[in-house]
Design a protein around this ligand. Structure first.
Ligand SMILES: Nc1ncnc2c1ncn2[C@@H]1O[C@H](COP(=O)(O)OP(=O)(O)O)[C@@H](O)[C@H]1O
Ligand SMILES: [Mg+2]
Length: 291
C-alpha cells in the first residue's frame, strides 16, 4: 500500500476489500486557508444527479479532522444530498449518480471494492427526525455493536456511548424502558449514542435539532462541542445562529439562478463566512436578505 503524506490515522483506516486499496494522493491545492490539519474528506468536483435532475454541481472542498463543519443554505440547495453522499446513504435512491471524487482518508469512497458496511461503521449519521428503534434504550445503543459482532464488554460500550451523548444520567435507571418513552430531545441524543456506539470516525448530522425545542437544541449544541474532540462532525443546519455557535468551518450552498442546481458558493472559517464573506450571495444569505 502506498502512503502519501502526513495523515497519521490513515494506516488504520481501511474501507476497501482485498489488497487493491491504494490511497490517492492528497489534493495539492489548499482549500482551507493555509491550515495543516489532516483531511478526513477530500471532495473533488462532486456532482450529483437524481435521474435527469442535477442536484449538486462541481463541489470541491476538504473536511478536516476534529472540526465541526456546518453546511448551510436555502431549502433544496443540496445540503442533504451533499451530506448523504459522504457515507453513501444515497446509493439506494433510484437514479442517483455521483460524479467527481470523494476521498475518505485518501481512499475513494465510491470505488468498486469499497466495503459499504465498513463505510457506515466509520461514518455515522443522525437525521432530522429522531428515529429510535421501537426497542429498549439499551437495545437501541447495543444494536449496531451486536450486528457487527462487538459483543464483549457490551454493557460498558453502551454506557460509554450514552455518556458521550450526554444522556446517561437521564436514562441509567431505565435502560430497559422503551426508547419511544423518551422526549424528542432525549430521543435525538439516544440516536447520537446509537451512532457513536461503534466508535465511528465521522458523525454526519442532517438538521439534528430542527424538530426540537430550544432547551433540547441547546443540549445538542453543547454535546457537539464535546464530541468534536473525538469525532469529525459535519452538520447541516438551516439555523444560521446554530452554525455560528457550533461550527469551526461553514460551507454555504445556494441554488444557481439559471439552472436551479445546488452549488457551493463559499467555504471557510465560520467567522469569515458570517462576518466578512467574499461572495455577495453569502452576505445576502447570512444577513437574512435572502432565503
Ligand atoms: N430522493 C430524491 N429523489 C429525487 N430528487 C431528490 C431526492 N432527494 C432530493 N432530491 C432533489 O435534489 C435537490 C436537493 O435536495 P436536498 O439535498 O434534499 O436539499 P436540501 O437538503 O438543501 O433541502 C432538490 O431539487 C430535491 O428535489
Ligand atoms: Mg435537507
Amino acid at each position: 500500500m502506498s502512503s502519501s503524506g502526513g495523515d497519521a490515522i490513515r494506516p488504520r483506516v481501511r474501507i476497501q476489500d482485498g489488497s487493491a486499496s491504494r490511497p490517492v494522493p492528497a489534493a495539492q491545492r489548499n482549500d482551507n486557508g493555509g491550515t495543516r490539519r489532516a483531511a478526513v474528506f477530500d471532495i473533488r468536483d462532486m456532482s450529483v444527479h437524481y435521474g435527469e435532475n442535477r442536484a449538486l454541481d462541481w463541489t470541491t472542498l476538504r473536511i478536516d479532522r476534529n472540526l465541526v463543519t456546518a453546511v448551510i443554505g436555502p431549502s433544496g440547495c443540496g445540503k442533504s444530498t451533499f451530506i448523504r453522499s459522504l457515507n453513501r446513504m444515497n446509493d439506494s435512491i433510484p437514479g442517483f449518480r455521483i460524479g467527481g471524487q470523494v476521498l475518505y482518508h485518501g481512499h475513494d469512497l465510491y470505488a468498486r471494492q469499497t466495503n459499504r458496511v465498513e463505510v457506515r461503521r466509520r461514518i455515522g449519521m443522525v437525521f432530522q427526525k429522531p428515529n429510535p428503534f421501537p426497542k429498549s434504550i439499551y437495545d437501541n445503543v447495543a444494536w449496531a455493536p451486536r450486528n457487527l459482532g462487538m459483543k464483549s464488554g457490551l454493557d460498558e460500550r453502551v454506557e460509554r456511548a450514552l455518556r458521550h451523548a450526554a444522556i446517561w444520567d437521564e436514562v441509567k435507571d431505565r435502560l430497559r424502558a422503551s426508547a419511544l418513552s423518551l422526549s424528542g430531545g432525549q430521543q435525538q441524543r439516544l440516536c447520537i449514542a446509537r451512532s457513536i456506539a461503534v466508535e465511528p470516525d465521522v458523525l454526519l448530522l442532517d438538521e439534528p435539532a430542527s424538530a426540537l425545542d430550544p432547551v433540547a437544541t441547546a443540549a445538542i449544541e453543547d454535546l457537539m462541542h464535546n464530541l468534536k474532540h473525538r469525532y469529525t462532525i459535519v452538520i447541516v443546519t438551516h439555523n444560521m445562529q446554530q452554525a455560528a455557535r457550533v461550527a469551526d468551518r461553514t460551507a454555504f450552498f445556494s441554488l444557481d439562478e439559471r439552472d436551479r442546481t445546488g452549488t457551493l458558493v463559499e467555504y471557510g472559517d465560520t467567522d469569515t463566512i458570517f462576518t466578512n464573506p467574499a461572495d455577495p450571495r453569502t452576505r445576502d444569505y447570512v444577513t437574512g436578505r435572502f432565503g
